[in-house]
Design a protein around this ligand. Structure first.
Ligand code: SF4
Length: 381
């Protein structure tokens, strides 16, 4: 398995720059992240766009193509949640084994001649085993911050603690993380999406909710045969790296209080562990979003894949300050008055008519950790 690229960084660097760099963004970076054009003030968040994990994953994918120009190359899933980047990889002849870009090739069709790239979110243990069994060459671009979460939940499992993962149970990263727990014979996990779901666990722990209700509401997002009476005696908190950090901290505190109420503060170490695994790139972008909101823009546009978890949380934060719209690219600006966008709490994109709000003179912009500068720059233009 290749985990550190192929030493071809210098050869692909200019190609990546050519694909994703934006002169508009370069200009704003050099000018204190702001500009005024014909009375319209443009504000750019101070942290946005490709994070270190995405930089690495994209770099390794380009290096892989360069290293193996004549071999079939596959991704187990989207390398990152950005349609433009995934489309570019498809144009480079990289095929997908799952998801909306899935080709007709299945795992069973893979041969030892094939190269398979694991995305920045990582891949489930059993998926990697399947690839190994096919004899493929594996290029692992899993972000170090994701591996950090894996180490944490593996330790919980080894020590007999159930991992309570604040995340989205269908998200590739959380699927991979929970698979790490499932490697251990007595490894247990339960995934909670938000405070409401965490409250269910707290209510069970403090005796105000039945095991049946917990199983009914969260059984689909828990380890097989999840038994609240057995599995919520010792819990360790972790989170998908891209969740809303303030909510992750609140969930950890909710569970800490519930455990303290049930077992007493003196015994807390025996029953509760917590470790904030939000990655620094996510935290920096969320902090920068708050800072942008404090500048009081009348409108904020957040650019990123609709399936990008970290982008949707940026929109959630932006909406605390002013009308905020999540778009994937400039193509979502359908006309001067209509915009295709996705509300952070809704599953599907929708079209807003009568957009934008009346005469904004100060607009804020940002992009998720998987959004290329080019996509944000095109929207600003
Ligand atoms: S958002 Fe964080 S965990 Fe995800 S790829 Fe970027 S740096 Fe890594």
């Amino acid at each position: 398995m290749y985990r550190h690229g192929f030493g071809l960084n210098a050869e692909v660097e200019h190609v990546i720059e050519n694909d994703y760099r934006s002169p508009v963004i370069d200009y704003l970076r050099q000018n204190d992240f702001r500009a005024t054009v014909e009375g319209l003030e443009i504000l750019l968040a101070r942290e946005f766009g490709f994070c270190y994990g995405v930089d690495k994953a994209v770099d390794y994918a380009y290096q892989t193509r360069r290293m193996f120009p004549d071999r079939r190359i596959f991704l187990t899933a989207e390398i990152i949640h950005n349609p433009g980047v995934n489309q570019r990889l498809r144009e480079m002849g990289i095929e997908f084994l799952s998801g909306r870009y899935r080709s007709s090739v299945t795992y069973e069709d893979l041969t030892p001649q094939d190269i398979v790239i694991l995305p920045a979110f990582g891949a489930a243990v059993e998926e990697i085993e399947r690839l190994r069994a096919r004899g493929c060459t594996i290029v692992d671009t899993t972000c170090g911050s994701v591996i950090h979460v894996w180490k944490r939940v593996e330790k919980y499992a080894r020590d007999g603690f159930t991992a309570v993962i604040h995340g989205k149970y269908r998200h590739e990263e959380t699927i991979a993380t929970s698979s790490r727990v499932a490697q251990f014979p007595n490894g247990r996990y339960v995934i909670v999406r938000d405070k409401d779901e965490a409250q269910l666990l707290c209510d069970f722990i403090t005796g105000t909710c039945s095991a049946e209700v917990v199983r009914e509401r969260l059984g689909h997002a828990a380890s097989p045969n999840f038994d609240p009476a057995r599995d919520l005696v010792r819990v360790g908190i972790a989170n998908q790296t891209t969740m809303l950090s303030s909510e992750s901290l609140e969930i950890a505190e909710m569970l800490r209080r519930a455990m303290a109420a049930r077992y007493g503060e003196a015994a807390l170490n025996e029953h509760f562990r917590s470790f904030d695994t939000i990655c620094s790139a996510t935290q920096d972008r969320q902090d920068a979003m708050h800072a942008l909101g404090e500048l009081k823009p009348q409108l904020i546009l957040v650019v990123g894949g609709f399936n990008s978890s970290n982008t949707s949380h940026l929109v959630e934060i932006a909406a605390e300050y002013c009308p905020a719209y999540h778009i994937e690219s400039v193509a979502d600006i359908l006309s001067a008055e209509t915009l295709r966008h996705k509300h952070w709490a809704k599953p599907e994109a929708e079209v807003a008519h009568g957009w934008p709000p009346p005469l904004p003179t100060r607009i804020g912009f940002t992009g998720g950790a998987s959004t290329p500068d080019r996509a944000i720059g095109d929207v600003i233009l």
